[in-house]
Design a protein around this ligand. Structure first.
Ligand SMILES: CC(C)(COP(=O)(O)OP(=O)(O)OC[C@H]1O[C@@H](n2cnc3c(N)ncnc32)[C@H](O)[C@@H]1OP(=O)(O)O)[C@@H](O)C(=O)NCCC(=O)NCCS
Length: 162
């Protein structure tokens, strides 16, 4: 069974992960556990519970904020006149062998669900994402992410309730 759990440097084979994008490989190989320890970002990995050391995919998230001018005019309605709290999906990647089988969607869904539950504790108005390129931006748009008004490669998913 596939499971998503917090990255564990003693259990997961970070070096063996390859998504075809060097910057996303390097992050998992060298920085992800350090960032978890220091509170810079939390990384969750997708693996098979029968062979849990092999990472099929991962995402990392951090706390963030959005200024009002990043939101579309209609999304600014009823918001306070100061930056609003957000979460940032800083990285999302699936291993080359497993791409195209719905794992990217499963990881994104898990990240959104995590934000919705965190929102009850500390307030999260939107999930931000920095797309690596236009193809990746297309991946996020199909799930309702909207372009930030100030940057073509930053997108957001509103999480507030009306
Ligand atoms: C982008 C990535 C995370 C998608 O994961 P995946 O497991 O291959 O995607 P899924 O199988 O879950 O695909 C879900 C849907 O997104 C579409 N999709 C997949 N990759 C896409 C892309 N790069 N652009 C647009 N749509 C894409 C699929 O066609 C599918 O839609 P469908 O169900 O209508 O066919 C993965 O391909 C990857 O890791 N790529 C390299 C790293 C990268 O670019 N990461 C993005 C960081 S910004």
């Amino acid at each position: 069974m596939l499971v998503i759990c917090r990255l564990d440097g003693r259990l997961h084979d970070r070096e063996g992960f390859d998504c075809g994008e060097p910057s996303l490989n390097l992050y998992l190989h060298t920085l992800a556990t350090q960032h978890l320890r220091t509170g810079i970002a939390a990384t969750h990995v997708l693996a098979d519970d029968k062979a849990p050391s092999c990472i099929f995919g991962y995402y990392s998230m951090s706390a963030a904020q959005m200024s009002l001018d990043e939101l579309s005019v209609s999304d600014r309605r009823r918001l306070p006149r100061y930056p609003v709290p957000a979460a940032r999906l800083a990285r999302l990647a699936v291993s080359v062998q497993k791409q195209g089988h719905g794992l990217g969607e499963a990881l994104l869904q898990d990240a959104v669900t995590r934000c919705l539950s965190l929102r009850e504790e500390l307030g999260i108005h939107a999930l931000l994402v920095d797309a690596l390129n236009e193809r990746a931006a297309g991946f996020y748009r199909q799930y309702g992410f909207r372009n930030c008004a100030t940057s073509a490669m930053t997108l957001y998913l509103p999480l507030g309730r009306g």
